[in-house]
Design a binder for this molecule. Sequence first.
Ligand code: 1WB
Ligand code: MN
Length: 334
Amino acid sequence: MRKIATEEAFSIQPVVDGLNAVSKGDSHSLDMRLVKMIYGDNPPRRATLDALLDFDRRLEIMDENGVDMHVLSLTAPGVQMFDAAQGADLARLSNDVLAEKIAAHPTRFAGLASFAPQDPKAAAREIERARTELGLHGLVVNGHTHDEWYDQEKFFPIFEAAEATDMAIYIHPRAPRADLAGAFGDYGMETAIWGYGVEVSTHAVRLIFSGLFDRFPKLKIVLGHMGEGIPFWLWRIDYMHKNSAVKSGAAPATQLTPSEYFKRNFWITTSGQENPLALQYSIDMLGEDRVMWAIDYPYQPTEPAVRFMDDAPLDPAVKAKVYGETAAELFHIA
Ligand code: 1WB
Ligand code: MN
């Protein structure tokens, strides 16, 4: 079975340098704690940074564990803490490096292109370039940008370009918006333990409730971490959308129910969520073509992620889809 891991993070030195400057600034972003720990001067998480930058070591770990391919993405928060011009420059640079890495190892790496939502029209041009000139395989965005969610019309050029190029957008987490500091500022809750999932799940249901998928019916969205909790909530979301939100006029009527959009427009991955019960439930709920394997390298270790999938009590044909076939199809991987 081909093993294609779909949420695998990397970085490049110019982005690291940019985030080092951010680490010394006065941003109120809830990502600042993590930015200081990984990108600050003498960072305590230097090992994470090394792993993000070292492609030789990455290939060794892949080989040791029988992982065929990493679908690479510039790690969170991507270029989204920079201003529009710096963000766009670094996204282009990162995409160029990504294309070089893939060209050097075409059977081992695929890549999701970055873009800077700070300037949606420039982002749309970069999305076009990433597909037509660089041959990249999809897109990644890390939650909100400067505390803005994407259910606003000004961001539609991004979705138009993603739909036109058939590039799935992986919404990777980052910490919640700064105005949620009261709720998430304690106990490290802004991070992967809880805040990341709340940021992305909130963002995804906003996109659904806004009617975005009536406007862009072919848009493809990918969520990590077993769908960030949403698969478990679908029944209640449908019920309350019909009986509360639309009825009260708080949400626009949509052509489909929320769960119908989730099953039509969304794919999920297993990144950092190695629970066989959650896996089985997600496959039953969404279908065997909607769940893809991921490691979440280097934030999660590779060996248990492989063991999780090897041991998962799935029919071999279904396992082959989760392990790689669905990712190959969704991300145009040869
Ligand atoms: C993830 C985890 C992403 C961590 C990160 O990006 C950090 C993830 C900066 O689970 O996707 C982390 O620190 O554990
Ligand atoms: Mn991740």
